[in-house]
Ligand binder design. Structure first.
Ligand code: ZN
Length: 316
């Protein structure tokens, strides 16, 4: 432990059972067809069970009568089992049950792995494979600006720019074991046609992150042509955004020991000078390897063998 405090828990898991049956035969997955030509757009919440903003935004949008005006729309609550395991005494533990759901999208793991997350991924896979556009809604441990994150080929960056909110991009080219949902198959193929984005909406348990998730959801669905701008505009919350910025992740540091501490109470997006001490991992000092080094995702409950801190270079 680092002695730092997490943001307050303003939002708690809700009873999502009204969405469990769905209309697809797969629990917590809804599919609506407009009967009009257009893309198949998929929106996903709860890839991580403790990231409530996606569930809140999808629950809200479905309750508002969200339906596609063109093409089809798939709404999926992903790891509901992990969400239901939430314990406010250990609020980060419900991220997943057996395996990070956002690492399991490797074809060999999808084929063979016997975890509850792989089981759920296999249920979701046919829907993922049918999506022309996919938005996966996440949140972060600390209250930082909202941003899109991923390897973000030119197609993904173009879509993020067209959606226009949020305006910060984190370019993260792997650096961990496994594959994320938005890296699956054609999404990560530069020559492909299907496009997926991850949005990080702010801190896990804040009402403000829910508002960011709602705004991003509506903007994404509008720009992909799935819903009408009038319907979205009547409902879209007004939320602040940071100045535009693009950050390239250079290192995802995995803790090697249990003796983990940060040099300051970092929350993310702090820029430090080359050589500045960032953290300690047992006898190892983690220092900024280049100028204008940006600190991302400092873990509130760092653990040996898990991602501890991420470093990024500001590129524009
Ligand atoms: Zn997440």
């Amino acid at each position: 432990m680092t002695g730092r405090t997490l943001p307050p828990i303003e939002v708690l898991p809700r009873d999502l059972s009204r969405w469990e049956k769905g209309n697809t035969g797969t629990p917590f997955v809804h599919r609506f067809d407009s009967g009009v030509d257009g893309p198949c757009t998929m929106v996903v919440g709860l890839t991580h069970g403790n990231e409530f903003c996606g569930a809140e935004a999808l629950h809200w949008a479905l309750s508002e009568g969200l339906r596609p005006a063109r093409g089809s729309l798939i709404v999926a609550f992903s790891n509901v089992a992990a969400y239901r395991s939430f314990d406010r005494e250990r609020p980060l533990d419900s991220r997943f049950l057996d395996r990070d759901m956002n690492r399991v999208w490797r074809d060999d793991w999808l084929a063979n792995e016997k975890t509850r997350e792989a089981d759920r991924a296999r249920e979701l896979l046919p829907f993922v494979l049918s999506a022309d556009f996919l938005l996966d809604i996440h949140s972060t441990s600390f209250a930082v600006r909202p941003f899109y994150v991923g390897a973000m080929n030119a197609r993904a960056r173009d879509l993020a720019a067209r959606v226009g909110f949020p305006k910060s991009l984190l370019l993260a080219d792997g650096g961990f074991d496994g594959r994320t949902l938005i890296e699956h198959g054609e999404f990560s193929d530069p020559a492909g046609r299907r496009t997926a984005l991850v949005v990080e909406c702010g801190a896990h348990f804040l009402r403000s992150s829910v508002e960011v998730a709602k705004a991003t959801l509506l903007d994404f669905l509008t720009v992909t042509g799935t819903i009408d701008a009038d319907w979205a505009g009547a409902r879209r919350p007004v939320v602040p955004d940071a100045e535009p910025g693009t950050f390239e992740i250079t290192e995802v540091y995995v803790a090697k020991t249990d003796e983990l501490s940060f040099a300051a109470p970092f929350v993310g997006f702090e820029e430090v000078e080359e050589g500045a001490l960032i953290a300690r991992d047992g006898p190892t000092e983690i220092r900024a390897p280049y100028p204008r080094c940006t600190i991302l995702f400092p873990k509130a409950q760092p653990m040996k063998g898990r991602e501890f801190v991420t470093l990024a270079r500001r590129v524009d």
